[in-house]
Design a protein around this ligand. Structure first.
Ligand SMILES: *[C@@H]1O[C@H](CO)[C@@H](O)[C@H](O)[C@H]1NC(C)=O
Ligand SMILES: *[C@@H]1O[C@H](CO)[C@@H](O)[C@H](O)[C@H]1NC(C)=O
Length: 209
């Protein structure tokens, strides 16, 4: 009996290892983002609530987050695939900040390589859940493959309220205001929220290394 135990253990380990490999090979993968979509998102960052109008437009190399703070102002976070981004308001303060990042907007397949964590019920949807480099937890509806929510490592939550595949914002809405290009009158004052998707910027910089 004593002599059979080690071999039983080895067989058990082999069976479990093989099972784990088969499971990994069969794990679902997140649907790539459609090349163009519009989503309305309810955001919660430790109780600070906002709504984001997200226009993802890979085809034209641009991404727009229009951020409405609860009972507050609207800020516009516009990114181009050449790495230029503008962060501005359209109110009397005429604030604008621009930045030059090393990388462009998120690629449609930016979730490739995410680690599958299994299924979970969230907000009434059965979701597949993935984690990407300790940076984001991504929840996708099992039935429709639409994103339901994602949560950043900072605790910021994005809940997807509408998801219109193929919707595109008109070209003229993508024009940053003239004061974004006015170097002489550059505002020192920085905008308070600094991009509701700033985590993505950090992620992209990490991914570009
Ligand atoms: C926002 O998130 C906090 C936890 O960070 C939670 O206590 C609160 O209930 C959430 N608010 C809403 C409206 O979901
Ligand atoms: C990137 O593209 C935008 C929009 O066409 C433009 O305003 C910006 O100057 C460009 N940036 C660079 C570094 O070429």
């Amino acid at each position: 009996m004593a002599s059979t135990q080690p071999s039983t253990l080895i067989v058990l380990i082999l069976v479990l290892t093989t099972a784990a490999q088969i499971a990994a090979a069969n794990d679902p993968i997140p649907a790539p983002w459609p090349h163009q979509f519009h989503a309305l998102m309810f955001m919660n960052y430790s109780g600070d609530l906002s709504m984001i109008d997200l226009w993802y437009d890979w085809t034209n190399g641009r991404n727009f987050n229009i951020i409405q703070e609860q009972l507050g102002g609207i800020t516009y976070d516009l990114e181009w695939n050449n790495g230029t981004s503008f962060f501005y308001t359209l109110d009397h303060s005429k604030s604008c900040r621009s930045a030059q990042l090393q990388v462009g907007i998120l690629r449609p397949n930016w979730l490739d390589g995410a680690k599958y964590l299994g299924q979970k019920h969230v907000n009434g949807f059965l979701c597949n859940v993935w984690e990407k480099v300790d940076f984001i937890w991504y929840y996708e509806d099992v039935a429709t493959k639409r994103p339901v929510q994602w949560i950043f490592y900072t605790g910021r939550e994005a809940h997807v309220m509408t998801y219109e595949v193929g919707a595109v914002l008109e070209d003229e809405k993508w024009q940053a205001p003239v004061y974004c290009f006015d170097k002489a009158k550059k505002k020192k004052k920085s905008l308070s929220i600094e991009g509701a998707l700033r985590e993505f910027k950090g992620y992209k910089e990490k991914a570009a290394l």
